[in-house]
Design a protein around this ligand. Structure first.
Ligand code: CO
Length: 505
């Protein structure tokens, strides 16, 4: 009996490995599309990728897979629920059910509608013409509600959409977490805005030679533990990380010759994602135990290296003298404290992707509240611009002069990515809580950063997070590692302490 179960498990493993290889080919084409593909090649590339995606979908929704899973679920392999086999069977069941719950018609309609919606969004944003985008947003919201019905949910439709990106999360959990820091965060942002201390931004907005930036960024990525033996760093207009195999992780960044921070912090961010992928157990590659848990946990890794480490004093104690050597004209005469303040500038601003680590979470809170209301039916698409501006005034004390700089700034809604935004802030929250735990267990950690040794933190994350694959869902993983479920006070304590010192309160 046991042998038979093992044999079936191996058969299933081989099947999903084939699907993984196909998926890797698609990812490679996608990576190439965003890095090196000549513009003329994009139509044919889109066609090729759509064809292969169809093949992949067929492979992973094959009824044979469902039948094998049903058999395996009756065997002893699932007895120890934390075992590799049990985790793989549980998670493959989840993936399979989600993939098969949507009727082909709906999948195609979502794909067609969102691609047209994105095209219309691009134009509408350019022309600051919300009425042009409105009918498309309407269609997308309707389709997302239909999708949620197909997936099913316990309490409300938005739960099903959240669960797609952050397994096991729901409105109750996410709004509880957000409520836990909303007031404190709004107050902190107001205090910073009121402070008379302001960094001199001219320091990092000077000319920084791009070739030198590349060398400096690569050295920083290596220092924090991104492995160039199994990874690359290239240029892309919209930076991203992708994994193409157990020993092939690719990150991208973009360079601005008049800003030191954009490429550097972007590189640290993507290297954080890359270090997670490189730390996943290679022997389980292609199966859930060899995959990352969720977008929130993935983002916790990137944000930790970008913000907690990369914008921290200990990091710059080591790297600032080096930065001064690489960019002597720009930084030679700039004092450490002035530079450190400039890379930690906080100010309420209109655009999410340009926001600092403090105000960023308010941008997400606003989007979460709005999309939740849209799916619930409490907010009509007609009222989106008005509701957006009202919330913006309340949280940022700013009014967007145009909808392009307001409710139309992000691609997500046109793309059908509802339920996605909260993962960014969950990432920040998990990041703070994990970092606090690492520091508690390794009191010497930040002193090591000062001498350029980031290995202890990387090793700690490898062991506690990366090697676990999808064994535990995010919040349980957080509890296992830190002894507590997600608690927003860790983020707030960190932000209040750091920015209180910088802004003088
Ligand atoms: Co990210």
């Amino acid at each position: 009996m046991a042998d038979k179960a093992q044999e079936l498990y191996r058969k299933l493993f081989d099947r999903i490995k084939e699907a993984q290889m196909l998926s890797d080919v698609i990812s490679l084409l996608g990576w190439d599309e965003q890095t090196f593909l000549p513009r003329g090649g994009s139509d044919y590339r889109a066609e090729t990728m759509a064809y292969l995606s169809g093949m992949l979908h067929k492979k992973i929704t094959d009824p044979d897979v469902g039948a094998m899973l049903s058999e395996l679920e009756k065997t002893d392999l699932v007895k120890d629920t934390d075992s590799v086999e049990a985790v793989n069977i549980r998670e493959l069941r989840r993936d399979y059910d989600r993939q098969t719950k949507l009727p082909q018609r709906l999948v195609e309609e979502i794909s067609r509608t969102t691609s047209l919606a994105v095209n219309n969004w691009v134009q509408a944003r350019k022309d600051n013409d919300f009425p042009k985008f409105k009918p498309w947003l309407d269609k997308v919201i309707k389709l997302m509600k239909e999708k949620a019905e197909c997936y099913g949910y316990k309490k409300e439709a938005y739960d099903a959409l959240l669960d797609e990106y952050e397994v096991g999360s729901n409105v109750e959990f996410v709004s509880g977490v957000f409520q836990g820091f909303k007031d404190r965060l709004v107050k902190l942002v107001a205090k910073i805005a009121d402070s008379s201390r302001k960094p001199n931004m001219a320091i990092i907005e000077q000319y920084f030679d791009v070739e030198r930036q590349k060398i400096f960024g690569q050295q920083a990525a290596i220092a924090i533990g991104y492995d160039f033996g199994t990874g690359r760093l290239d240029i892309a207009a919209h930076p991203f990380t992708t994994g193409l195999g157990p020993k092939d992780t690719r990150i991208t960044t973009r360079y601005n010759p008049h800003h030191l921070g954009q490429a550097l912090f972007g590189t640290l961010h993507e290297a954080g994602h890359g270090i997670y992928d490189q730390g996943l157990p290679k022997e389980y590659y292609g199966s859930p135990m060899g995959e990352s848990v969720s977008l929130g946990i993935h983002e916790s890794q990137s944000r930790m290296w970008e913000n907690q480490v990369g914008r921290g004093k200990p990091f710059w104690k080591h790297f600032y003298p080096r930065a001064q050597q690489v960019f002597p004209e720009a930084l030679g005469a700039v004092k450490f404290d002035d530079f450190y303040f400039a890379v930690n500038d906080v100010r309420p601003s209109l655009i999410r992707v340009e926001a600092d680590e403090v105000t960023y979470n308010l941008h997400i809170l606003l989007r979460f509240e709005m999309e939740h209301a849209l799916i619930k039916g409490d907010l009509a698409v007609d009222d989106v611009p008005g509701a957006w501006n009202e919330k913006f005034k309340a949280y940022f004390n700013l009014t967007p002069p145009t909808d392009s700089e307001g409710c139309m700034q992000d691609i997500h809604w046109g793309h059908g990515l509802l339920g996605y935004f909260p993962t960014y802030t969950l990432g920040n929250l998990y990041s703070s809580q994990l970092y606090a735990k690492a520091k508690q267990e390794m009191p010497d950690m930040e002193r090591q950063f000062e001498i350029g040794n980031f290995a202890p933190l990387k090793k700690w994350l490898n062991e506690k997070i990366h090697s676990q694959g999808r064994r535990h869902h995010s919040n349980k993983l957080c509890e296992k590692v830190t002894g507590k479920p997600l608690d927003p006070n860790f983020l707030m304590d960190y932000l209040e302490k750091k920015y209180g010192e910088l802004y003088g309160f």
